[in-house]
Design a protein around this ligand. Sequence first.
Ligand code: PMP
Length: 430
Amino acid sequence: MSFQDVRSRAAFERAEKVIPGGVNSPVRAFRAVGRHPVFIERGAGPRLWDIDGNEYIDYVGSWGPLILGHARPEVIKAIKEAAERGTSYGAPTVPETELAEEVLKAYPSMDMVRMVNSGTEATMSALRLARAVTGRSKIVKFEGCYHGHSDQLLIKAGSGALTLGVPTSPGVPEATASTTLSTVYNDLDGLREMFRVQGEDIAAVIVEPVAGNMGVVLPEAGFLEGLRALTQSYGALLIFDEVMTGFRVGYGGAQAHFGIDPDLTCLGKVIGGGLPVGAYGGKRRYLEQIAPSGPVYQAGTLSGNPLAMAAGLATLRLLQKPGTYEGLNAGRRRLADGLAGLARELGIPLQINGVGAMFSLFFTPDPVKDYATALRADAEFFARYFRGMLERGVYLAPSQFEALFVSTAHTERELDFTLEQARATLRSLR
Ligand code: PMP
């Protein structure tokens, strides 16, 4: 059946009248790729179907949570069983402790963890804690990293903020913006100089240990080790934002992969199994400062929600099966190698950055190692590639500055179908 989008177009026009930009999160509007979005009706395994009946192989995976693919039966069963016992109590439940225990087992840097409802809440709360325990006000982030939409973190941010050309959002008070220092990813010298000048005021450095929100950018050898050493010597906290990398780069996240022991860690996406969850945790001496055991206030009506805990627990237990991450890695490599070969064959400049189950494509001849080099990629070519792939049944993240995800549900069949469509698309664009 050929691609049709009459219903999605109408649905979008209807949504635009009542929802800003027609969407509840900006990148979903497809602005960067020059067309209206498709409206999704259902998903199963590696596939999505839209309301016009088009079928896609999905590499967005709800932007990361669906590492097992859509509607994995064990996860759905856990959610159904939880829902039948009630959807929220605002009182403690045993599954909250069970999920906390699973997270701590996988992340030895953490002694305690607090559940929240999104990655935004996790990073915002971790920074409050860092400021409280250091008595300092400034934080350092890296250009092109995205840590959610709290005021202090919408400074030179990645993801949709970057895609839409507003990395620093209007509405962030100058006083708030001035407490966020931003510097270049993979540039230890720049950070060292920043610490030399104002190290006594810096509460924390927050970093995506593998950046995924300017497209995927890997840390160069020594970068994360350097962050650890610098923060330690100045008495600042090192916060790993593993909302995207957690349980994705490997079960133990980027910190296990690179062997780094951060003070605080933020999680999200995978740990909620597709329901709204975030978490932040770390060293006991810090986490004990959180209310009610300490004075640093942070709360949530729906935090530790029983449906979300059930989905998260079911997901983590399935991920523990031997061979899971070998399979995810092999899937990512099969795609990356295939695409690299295609680009060579067709004479199209292409960089592919990836690790574990995340990767991205940059149409540029130069290696991408930070925000400035990511911006050199040909966004217009990417948009054409995106549209071509969509119409051929492959659903990619609708922006150059986003990661693509493989799930355990992507078998060789889907990966090879994707490569065939990439060949046809790239040929047509050459
Ligand atoms: N941190 C990182 C690294 C992220 O990728 C994201 C979301 N893409 C967030 C934080 C914010 O998470 P949420 O959208 O759940 O608020």
